[in-house]
Design a protein around this ligand. Sequence first.
Ligand SMILES: [Zn+2]
Ligand SMILES: [Zn+2]
Length: 287
Amino acid sequence: MDINEFVIAQEPAIRLGFFFGVLGLMSVWEVLAPRRTLTVSKTVRWVNNLGLVFFNSVLLRLLFPAAAAGMAAFAGARGWGLFNYFAAPFWLAVVVSVIALDFIIYLQHVMFHAVPVLWRLHRMHHADPDFDVTTGARFHPIEIILSLLIKFATIAVLGPPVVAVVVFEILLNATAMFNHGNIHLPQPLDRLLRWIVVTPDMHRVHHSVEDDEANSNFGFNLPWWDRLLGTYRDQPRAGHRGMTIGIHRYRTAREVSWLPGMLTLPFKGRIDDYAINRREWSKGDAQ
Ligand SMILES: [Zn+2]
Ligand SMILES: [Zn+2]
């Protein structure tokens, strides 16, 4: 068995281990130093948000058993992509691949906000009326599948080492749970961390009900893209405790906190004139 086969075989167990490890750490941190008071009971949040994670994981394993790491091995075997075509030092290929994959995820996130039909899928992530570690893994199954297909295409063009893809998946999963944490970090530490990773205070701005704030801070892992591409917002106008989290129209527990409502959320509401770069919301508008 070569190293790639070994990594691919161990990948589900490694990822599961990191998932539960970070989930455990963050949930203890949230109890010890919470940032905001939750509006929905933690039991309801955990049952539904983590129920969705379980459903998504099973679905993805059934549809794409080898996942992104398998795609990297497939591209490698066929000589597809930049790093399979041009020889580069292994460490360089890993570093560049992780950074490039993160940039694509940033662009994908911007696209899911800008294109109306994609926003319908992605708004399920934003409809969560609270912001905690379980929000970080709460995505509509169709968004997860589209996201994986975009990752496959990126891997086919980039030709990253299998290890780079596994490292990236673990990093993204861990940082997404960290930066959705309902935790309080001292200001100086938050400012420092923001240069290398998206912090909870930075990503919380993105979950504001305010349209312009929700259309900022798209990064999940590296914070640089928002600063470089002009989508960075330092803090929410109403402050972290005063801001409202969620989206405009859908706010009842049945629609946003319980699985059946969450899964059908993309299909609700009339098709309106929501359009790219829309910045103003009048009262009673659909979103
Ligand atoms: Zn978003
Ligand atoms: Zn988020």
